[in-house]
Design a binder for this molecule. Structure first.
Ligand SMILES: Cc1cc2nc3c(=O)[nH]c(=O)nc-3n(C[C@H](O)[C@H](O)[C@H](O)COP(=O)(O)O)c2cc1C
Length: 235
């Protein structure tokens, strides 16, 4: 089973990344092959609403030849997708909103006699802020994705207001772990495998995943320091 993580934060070791990586690691433990993309690694042009034009423009993989198209293709290939965003004014980050709008081309395949290309895909959400707005943000994400045909499992949203320290908040981390587990388990269930869709509260798993995420983040910090030292590549 293929699960894609989408990071909608500019910070690759911030709270959003921390909880997304925790969710992906737990999905891996459930047998998933995981990949992730950062929405800040290229340009995602805003949707121009070509769905209203006469011609058949609004169809997968979108009219634009940009980084957004690459992300859309990865979404198309995935069976499960975990959307992770910081809270920007009680809402997903701008790049995440651009991506959601561009995903209309996947959903609009219904206008071409097909099903929505989101149908049957399982989604989860990770939302991180410093103050408030997690439910407007996460609720918006999951409602929109469900309106596009995606399946939302139980316990499919994790949020934290601990910003960069999210990884240290046991409750928030455990919720993120459950997002990964339940997205993976739901995919397995849809394939006819026997799975229980239950919340897990497992302290040993929590510590194991926290350690793995911290190790990965530390490694990326070391690479950054090394590259900065070389002075030719900036992060
Ligand atoms: C433009 C902007 C708007 C923000 N709005 C909110 C908000 O409405 N609610 C909130 O809790 N935090 C808000 N924050 C704080 C961020 O969500 C917080 O710093 C979060 O940790 C960012 O996640 P990251 O470190 O993974 O990038 C905002 C930050 C920025 C830059």
């Amino acid at each position: 089973m293929k699960i894609l993580g989408i990071l909608g934060s500019p910070h690759k070791s911030g709270g959003t990344a921390q909880l997304l990586f925790a969710a992906l690691k737990s999905a891996e433990k459930e047998g998933a092959v995981v990949k992730w993309v950062s929405l800040y690694d290229g340009e995602i042009k805003p949707c121009v609403g070509c769905i209203q034009n006469e011609g058949p423009e609004c169809k997968f993989p979108c009219i634009f030849e940009d980084y957004g198209k690459i992300v859309l293709e990865k979404i198309y290939e995935a069976e499960g997708i975990i959307f992770a965003t910081p809270i920007y004014w009680f809402a997903p980050s701008g790049v995440m909103k651009n991506l959601l709008d561009r995903m209309t081309c996947l959903e609009n395949m219904v206008a071409f006699g097909e099903q929505s290309y989101l149908e049957g895909k399982v989604v989860g959400a990770v939302v991180v802020g410093a103050d408030t707005g997690a439910i407007t943000t996460g609720g918006y994400l999951l409602t929109t994705l469900n309106s596009m045909g995606a399946i939302v499992p139980p316990w499919a949203i994790a949020y934290s207001y601990k910003s960069k320290a999210s990884i240290w908040e046991d409750k928030d981390l455990m919720n993120a772990i459950n997002v990964g587990l339940l997205v993976a388990k739901t995919i397995a269930l849809l394939k006819g495998e026997l799975r229980e869709l239950k919340f897990i509260d497992d302290k040993a798993l929590l510590e194991e995943i926290r350690e793995e995420v911290l190790r990965d983040l530390e490694l990326s910090r070391e690479i950054k320091r090394y590259v900065r030292g070389l002075g030719w590549l900036r992060f």
